[in-house]
Design a protein around this ligand. Structure first.
Ligand code: CP3
Length: 342
């Protein structure tokens, strides 16, 4: 019995489950202590360390689900991207994709072998977690992973990626096809290893025009989802920053849940989507910088607005930020968990 899986399939619940994007991270003293000892990628590749970190939000916050500790860019690294994480800057590829030859040199084979450390992590975590705490696996949406390979890191405007899309649409599709193939093998490996739910992160979709989203992002997410060897009990959650405008297109996906960014009124989106797709979201993470009364009020405002629906999944509109006070995050979790639908 798990609230998260029940909610994802639209079952009537007394309160929604809550988990938080980026719930295992730097706002936790316990995370920072481990991080001081290791390089970020080393932590991801060490199943013992990654297990310990994945369990922190369960131990410290008692959220309703664990998410495996990893990163969306491990697939790009497995394809040949030379990846490092630089303090204060974030991910960096020293060999960004510029030409057709760069794309051709990316490998799409032996994904389960190269990312076996993630399969090991999932198996270890499944041994540790009780049945009421499902384990969420994930991958980046092909477009978002492509943007990192082209930009070479995080970017404030995705200028190089958008230039690439408009100037070299055929090469863009070639690159997206390759990332899609790797993502499918990677998520199927996660299913095989015992994952309970999957989330696809299209974190940079909001920079795309409607037409670019429909051409360069949506069909590849669709192909990923449709290619999963998916048992009926492993729901798929699709997150996009930009979902408050793109949800109308995203409803064509065979996704069970759409994770909504903070711009939209969550209940309006659920009303538009109808009964077949459940929503996840969408409190502004910056609310967590306010006093506890404000955090409670903002959470209850979203909770009450969703009373008319059987269930939803409470989350933030994007990831939790690194410099928050953990007591404020705990206050949010406790507010949602003590809520009783009227
Ligand atoms: O949610 C979790 O607790 C699981 C772990 C997780 C991480 N990254 C750990 C991480 C997940 C689900 C991700 C996904 C991810 N990674 C996304 C999609 C989610 C989103 O936020 O949009 C993206 C875009 C990335 C790429 C990435 N990795 C960036 C941009 C950064 C730097 C940002 C930052 O906050 O510094 C990372 C590094 C990263 N991934 C950290 C963590 C905990 C910080 C690393 C550190 O300790 O220095």
């Amino acid at each position: 019995m798990s609230l998260l899986i029940d909610a994802a399939y639209g079952k009537e619940l007394d309160r929604p489950p809550i988990w938080i994007m980026r719930q295992a991270g730097r706002y936790m003293k316990e995370y920072r202590e481990i991080r001081d000892k290791y390089d970020f990628l080393k932590m991801c590749k060490n199943p013992d360390v990654a297990t310990e970190i994945s369990l922190l939000p369960i131990k410290l916050l008692d959220v309703d689900a664990a998410i495996m500790f990893s990163d969306i860019l491990v697939t790009a690294e497995a394809m040949g991207g030379k990846l490092s994480y630089v303090e204060g800057t974030g991910p960096l590829f020293s060999n960004p994709v510029k030409t057709k030859a760069d794309i051709e040199s990316l490998s799409i084979t032996e994904v389960p072998e190269k990312l076996d450390y993630v399969a090991q992590l999932i198996k270890q975590l499944k041994n540790e977690l009780k049945a009421d705490k499902p384990l969420i696996g994930f991958a980046g949406a092909p477009f978002t992973v492509m943007s990192y390979l082209i930009e070479g890191g995080s970017s404030k405007d995705l200028k190089k990626t958008k230039q690439f899309l408009y100037r070299q649409p055929e090469l863009s599709h070639l690159l997206l096809e390759k990332i899609t193939s790797v993502t499918i093998d990677y998520l199927n490996m996660q299913i095989e290893a015992g994952i309970d739910a999957l989330q696809i992160f299209d974190s940079w979709a909001m920079y795309l025009s409607h037409y670019s989203f429909v051409e360069f992002s949506l069909p590849y997410i669709a192909k990923v989802i449709d290619s999963l060897n998916k048992p009926k009990n492993v729901p798929v959650i699709t997150f996009a920053r930009g979902s408050s405008s793109f949800y109308k297109q995203m409803r064509e996906l065979n996704t069970d849940v759409i994770s909504v960014d903070w711009n939209a009124n969550l209940a309006d989106v659920q009303r538009d989507l109808g009964n077949d797709i459940v929503v996840q979201g969408n409190m502004d993470p910056y609310v967590l910088y306010a006093d506890k009364r404000t955090i409670q009020n903002e959470a209850i405002r979203i909770l009450k607005s969703m009373d008319e629906f059987p269930s939803f999944i409470f989350n933030l509109g994007h990831g939790v930020t690194p410099d928050l006070d953990i007591d404020n995050v705990k206050c949010l979790v406790d507010t949602v968990k003590s809520y009783q639908k009227v």
